[in-house]
Ligand binder design. Structure first.
Ligand code: ATP
Ligand code: MG
Length: 562
């Protein structure tokens, strides 16, 4: 039965919540999203927060934003701010419930004292290394610390003095007294408090020099906030007995922890520790680099919240881990932008095309659809003239088989305009083609020939005298392997970083409509993909990021499977 349940990817979390409401275990739904402010949110966190906020919304409940800020060494206010921005961007709202585990440090301390008084916690003088050695292994029980049987009075005194700052870091810790022989390593007298004199905490300054560990802080914070369902990823499953142990021993209100599978994406790392490394070692240009799987990176790449939510919805909520194909994410953004993106013509690698029989100085205004998927978006005017730019790759002097684009003697259609036929080439002294000369057929205005002939391809183009220059960034996967962690023993995941993950093209040409673009706008460059106007753009220097190309490998995969 368990097995069957595990394979069902329908929402077992919502079923559990419903059961609890039905049975009366809880009369309301209250969740929380508990990020540690030690990095920017990535798309895995988006999954977690969509579950937390989404379930609260579905059951007319509430969801708190709670920063799990128990480790001042790694945390920073910059992260606090970015996390809020990202949650709001996805469309979720914690209203006035912005909480911090550090708000509860006094209460947590009192409860620790209570556990000492119950004989359920003790101060241990072993070093971190000795504690590790005493812990045992999965197959061998741990060894009790020689300090485990201190008197309650001595423990109270030592803990008080830990707090007062009398000891250096690592000199002592407070541990829960549970069971050093437990089959669950988390239950072998886990550390509850450690000493950390530096740096000051971003909220409590230097008021504290002892800090609660995650496992001790988390459940009690849930309890204080009246959380009903504490939803977290699968790696906390083995922590649940400890979560329950603290709440039971303290005899306080008890939320229910339920675990779900983490999101893993092919060709992607989703761990703040690794993402930090990419940033710090300059593999990328910051947390919001468009190649990053962070929400700020995806945003800067041009992803919409709708596409991300659609993706997470399709992935669903499962009880066992799997790796999701990144093509699915790209499919979702394509589908979304196809419906809403303004079309323009833009040439990434320009090649000059001169129409030798077109009158000099003549400019025609050609009407083009802004979005063939949405007639409501109307039309725009594109100037057409004698000298145009086309894509270098749309011309071949010596076309290979199946190359149906422009070649000597061949006729193609220029999108919305005319048929043109290549009649000549101009090369520079190095043999490089600098111009393609064509003749056009005035009878084909609008893209159709009266005699019904049909060229095999339609090219996009930009009128040279009207072209606007933009700088484009074209991205490839950041990692070369499906699983970036697959490396030799002496390497880490950075060995799999793709050295060609970003190509900068300085001189792309786009039709004049692009003058209206402001940072944050999205366009489809016909035949080239979807582009996002980067916030670093300035007047006269438009920077565009390619969100995704038009080639949809995901729908191909799907078609081949049906
Ligand atoms: P990371 O490994 O990236 O540092 P974390 O779990 O340490 O992740 P937290 O800030 O503690 O980061 O995470 C906040 C919440 O997001 C937690 O409830 C955690 O379970 C969840 N979460 C983190 N990564 C993922 C993921 N890849 N898929 C789903 N949920 C995740
Ligand atoms: Mg964590």
């Amino acid at each position: 039965m368990d097995d069957i349940e595990k394979t069902i990817s329908t929402d077992f979390l919502r079923e559990a919540v419903q059961d609890d409401l039905k049975s009366g275990r809880f009369q309301r739904v209250h969740t929380r999203f508990p990020p540690e402010p030690n990095g920017y949110l990535h798309i895995g966190h988006a999954k977690a927060l969509t579950i937390d906020f989404g379930i609260a919304r579905d059951y007319q409940g509430k969801c708190n934003l709670r920063y799990d800020d128990t480790n001042p060494v790694k945390e920073d206010i910059e992260y606090v701010e970015s996390i809020k921005e990202d949650i709001q961007w996805l469309g979720f709202n914690w209203e006035d419930r912005e909480y911090y585990a550090s708000d509860y440090f006094d209460q947590l301390y009192e409860w620790a004292v209570l556990l000492i008084k119950k004989g359920k916690a003790y101060v241990d003088d072993l070093s971190p290394e000795e504690i590790r050695q005493h812990r045992g292994t999965l197959t061998e029980p741990g060894k009790e610390s020689p300090y485990r049987h201190r008197s309650i009075e001595e423990n109270l005194d030592l803990f008080e003095r830990m707090r007062a700052g009398e000891y250096r870091d690592e000199a002592r810790v407070l541990r829960a007294k549970i069971d050093m022989a437990s089959g669950n390593m988390n239950m072998r007298d886990p550390v509850m408090y450690r000493i950390l004199h530096e740096p000051p905490h971003h909220r409590t300054g230097d008021r504290w020099c002892i800090y609660p560990m995650y496992d001790y802080a988390h459940g009690q914070s849930d309890s204080i906030e009246g959380v009903t369902h504490s939803l977290c990823s699968l790696e906390y499953e083995d922590h649940r007995p400890l979560y329950d142990w603290f709440l039971n021993e303290l005899e306080i209100y008890k939320p229910r922890q339920i675990e779900f599978a983490r999101l893993n994406l092919s060709y992607t790392v989703l761990s703040k520790r690794k993402l930090i490394k990419l940033v710090q070692n300059n593999y990328v240009d910051g947390w919001d680099d468009p190649r990053m799987p962070t929400l700020s990176g995806l945003r800067r790449r041009g992803y919409t919240p709708e596409a991300i939510l659609d993706f997470l919805n399709r992935v669903g909520v499962a009880k066992n881990d799997s790796v999701v194909d990144i093509d699915l994410l790209e499919h979702c953004i394509r589908e979304d932008l196809n419906k809403r993106a303004q079309r323009v013509m833009g040439v990434l690698n320009p090649l000059k095309l001169v129409i030798t029989n077109y009158p000099e100085n003549q400019v025609e205004e050609i009407a083009a659809k802004n979005n063939p998927e949405d007639p409501g978006m109307g039309t725009r005017i594109i100037p057409f003239s004698r000298v145009l730019y086309i894509e270098q790759e749309d011309f071949s002097e010596d076309p290979p088989p199946k190359f149906h684009r422009l070649a000597p003697g061949r006729e193609v259609r220029l999108r919305y305009a005319y048929f043109v036929k290549c009649v000549d080439l101009v090369k520079d002294s190095s043999g490089q083609i600098t111009e393609v000369h064509c003749s056009y057929d005035p009878e084909t205005q609008g893209g159709d020939a009266p005699d019904g002939r049909k060229p095999k391809s339609t090219l996009h183009w930009v009128s040279a005298p009207h072209a606007r220059r933009v700088e484009a960034r074209i991205f490839d996967r950041l990692f070369l392997k499906i699983n970036p962690d697959e490396v030799d023993d002496d390497q880490d995941f950075t060995a799999n970083v793709n050295p060609d993950s970003m190509k900068v093209i300085k001189n792309c040409f786009v039709e004049p409509f692009i003058d209206r673009a402001v940072a944050g706008d999205r366009f489809q460059f016909e035949r080239q993909g979807y582009f996002y106007i980067d916030p670093d753009s300035s007047t006269g220097r438009l920077l565009v990021n390619r969100t995704v190309s038009l080639k949809d490998t995901w729908s191909k995969i799907q078609k081949s499977q049906t």
